[in-house]
Design a protein around this ligand. Structure first.
Ligand code: ZN
Length: 231
């Protein structure tokens, strides 16, 4: 409990749940976000209000919530040609991967997060990667994260612990985890204030939150919410 954590915090459902999870466990919790010119850059605008709301929800969380870091990763948008960083159609590529896959993204995210954690003296790094119910991204796999932990610790002569609390649970269980951590208030905050839609749509409101309602991120979020709310 005396140790510090850095949470990869995008402003989405998964990373907000991870942030609450970390606030419950660590004495100091800082956050890092990345602007890689994502099509749904609106998620970045959700970060500050969500952080503020989490602090307002629980006095202990407010005490533990530390600095926020926002890194400009526009280079990632420039070197990748994906449906998440351009107007390209969201489909399956010839390699059998979703066209929203941004090669190297999570590897870069963890590497830069570790560089910040090194400077800030934070031992734990938390990310919302998930293998269950996931989008088919190879850099969300448990093996990728475990290999990265070994690489970062060797390469920085450090003892970072990479945590992925959502790795083996599905989207419905992610909603339930949020409710366990912060009650219905946290589940409601995540529904109303976090962003998942790949198209960046915050003009259409559904029972599961804002989004276009049809992209893969919306479909996953909607299906998970319905299973979570089902009797
Ligand atoms: Zn959508």
């Amino acid at each position: 409990m005396s140790e510090g954590a850095l949470v990869l915090f995008s402003g989405g459902q998964d990373s907000t749940t991870c942030l609450a999870w970390a606030l419950e466990r660590f004495a100091t919790v800082e956050t890092v976000g990345f602007d890689y010119r994502q099509r749904h850059a609106v998620e970045l605008e959700c970060r500050a209000p969500v952080r503020q709301a989490l602090g307002g929800m629980n006095p202990a969380w407010a005490r533990r919530l530390g600095a926020d870091h926002l890194l400009d990763l526009s280079v990632l948008g420039r070197i990748s040609d994906t449906a998440l960083t351009s107007g390209a159609e969201i489909t399956l590529t010839q390699a059998g991967l979703p066209s929203t896959f941004v090669p190297g993204r999570n590897i870069l995210f963890f590497t830069l997060a570790a560089a910040i954690a090194y400077r800030r003296g934070l031992r734990h790094i938390v990310g919302g990667m998930c293998e269950t119910d996931f989008s088919g991204y190879p850099d969300c796999r448990d093996d990728t994260v475990k290999a990265l932990q070994a690489t970062l610790n060797l390469g920085m002569d450090a003892r970072f612990v990479l945590h992925t609390p959502l790795m083996w649970i599905d989207k419905a269980a992610t909603w339930r985890l949020a409710e366990e951590l912060g009650g219905g208030a946290l589940a409601d905050l995540i529904r109303d204030a976090t962003h998942s839609c790949y198209l960046g749509d915050r003009s259409h409101r559904h029972d599961w939150g804002y989004g276009c309602g049809t992209c893969p991120a919306c479909a996953l979020r909607a299906a998970g919410y319905r299973r979570y709310r089902a009797p």
